[in-house]
Design a protein around this ligand. Structure first.
Ligand code: GLU
Length: 448
């Protein structure tokens, strides 16, 4: 689809002012390409430079993070927090620790987060942060010292009513614990609502660990259901083997699917008997080892492939759950040739624009990340609710809320796509529905 003529110069200006930030360009380009129909119907949404303001983060913080490794050597990492939009609530979004992190990556993630959080219907704005620190191969003590140093700067910029970080790639329960400990120590306040993804021992929510993967599974299940299909007996490939991938596999197995492959940055494993999830969990959550170990320990039915793409494995449903731009146009064409029915993005922007186009042209059901993976942040908002009321809900109660939220997100995207003349286009539906929520709030708040 071409871009609306009012939006074209806005996009050109965003690209010009943010040179070299290719992922940010990609995220903004996709959203602005979707907004034509809504601007045509509601020209007031383009007043007061609303769209220009939406593309400019409210605040961007970059800081030095010095830390000492186990050998006593001082290392320097770079820390980021991009507070993108707070029209709907305090900035909310994860922290990513990965060597590829730079300002453009954090801006793309913060931009996506703003729309995703709006889609949840919860009172949360959008933000994202992280560091180019590489946790791979680092000891617990090194990770703790890094997290403490990172929080020593970050703490002055966040708070229950200001900005509430959580996890993302490289940041899980261990890191959140160390960061919460340091925040508590620096502020002398037990402010549970300042971070989410906390452990159950100190204010975390049940089902938060499972929420992103479970939520993506619920979303795709409903998308299939709308076409009188289900996961029962479907072959599914899940990329990655981190938090999102593990709990996507768990829920899809409950839904009757067979998971035939998963991966990490060192390759992928195929197991025609169905991936043994207990073993993958042991390898990834406990031992923090490589997925290649799976084939070594399993033998027989399992094989590890070092080169090539996990998307070469024939399947009915693909759940890209690793990282941005991991599924290319070439991969999409292989999946289409192998008869794929649906794609559900568990990661943020895992499909390249070329891949998305190929799926849509081939009539493959496509659930974009900002809708499909919103269950994680939605459950973070439930964690904030529990913290604010000093309450703690059961797993069943929390999962039921998550399932309800995912159903609403699905239905909102589907209805919006239909209303704007593109039935079945969940990309357009998600972008427009998320945009309208943020735009309504921004218009009420005046030019700020
Ligand atoms: N990093 C997750 C995401 O991409 C979760 C963010 C959160 O819970 O705040 O949505």
């Amino acid at each position: 689809m071409g871009i609306d003529e009012k939006l074209e110069p806005i996009l050109a200006e965003v690209l010009r002012r943010n040179p070299g930030e290719s992922e940010f360009h990609q995220a903004v380009t996709e959203v602005l390409h979707s907004l034509g129909p809504v601007i045509a119907k509601h020209p007031e949404y383009a007043d007061s430079a609303l769209i220009e303001r939406l593309c400019e983060p409210e605040r961007q913080i970059i800081f030095r993070v010095p830390w000492q490794d186990d050998a006593g050597k001082v290392q320097i990492a770079r820390g980021f927090r991009v507070q993108f939009n707070s029209a709907l609530g305090p900035y909310k979004g994860g922290l990513r620790f990965h060597p590829t992190v730079n300002l453009g990556i954090i801006k793309f993630l913060g931009f996506e987060q703003t729309f995703k959080n709006a889609l949840t219907g919860m009172p949360i704005g959008g933000g994202k942060g992280g560091s180019d620190f590489n946790p791979r191969g680092r000891s617990d003590a090194e990770v703790m010292r890094f997290c403490q140093s990172f929080m020593t700067e970050l703490h002055r910029h966040i708070g229950e009513y200001t900005d509430v970080p959580a996890g993302d790639i490289g940041v899980g329960g261990r890191e959140i614990g160390y960061m919460f400990g340091q925040y508590k120590r620096l502020t002398n306040r037990y402010e549970a609502g300042v971070l989410t993804g906390k452990g159950l021992a100190y204010g975390g929510s049940r089902a938060r660990t499972e929420a992103t993967g479970y939520g993506a599974s619920y979303f795709v299940n409903r998308m299939l259901g709308a076409r009188k299909q289900s996961f029962e007996g479907k072959r599914v490939v899940v990329s990655g083997s981190g938090n999102v991938a593990l709990y996507t596999m768990e829920k899809l197995i409950q839904f009757g699917a067979k998971i035939v492959a998963c991966s990490d940055s060192g390759g992928y494993v195929v197991d025609e008997n169905g991936i043994d999830l207990a073993l993958v969990k042991e390898l990834k959550e406990v031992r923090r080892s490589r997925i290649s170990e799976y084939a070594k320990m399993k033998g027989g039915s399992a094989r590890h492939v070092e080169r090539g793409s996990v998307w070469d494995v024939p399947c009915d449903v693909a759940m890209p759950s690793a990282t941005q731009n991991e599924l290319t146009g070439k991969d999409a064409r292989v999946l289409i040739k192998n008869g794929i029915v649906a794609v559900g993005e568990g990661a943020n922007m895992p499909s390249t624009p070329d891949a998305v186009r190929a799926f849509q042209e081939a009539g493959v059901l496509f659930a974009p990340g900002k809708a499909a993976n919103a269950g994680g942040v939605a459950t973070s908002a439930l964690e904030m609710q529990q913290n604010a009321s000093r309450d703690s809900w059961t797993f069943e109660q929390t999962e039921a809320r998550l399932a309800e939220i995912m159903k609403n997100i699905h239905d909102t995207c589907a209805r919006t796509a239909e209303e704007y003349g593109a039935p079945g286009d969940y990309v357009l539906g998600a972008n427009i529905a998320g945009f309208i929520r943020v735009a309504e709030a921004m218009r009420s708040l005046g030019v700020i």
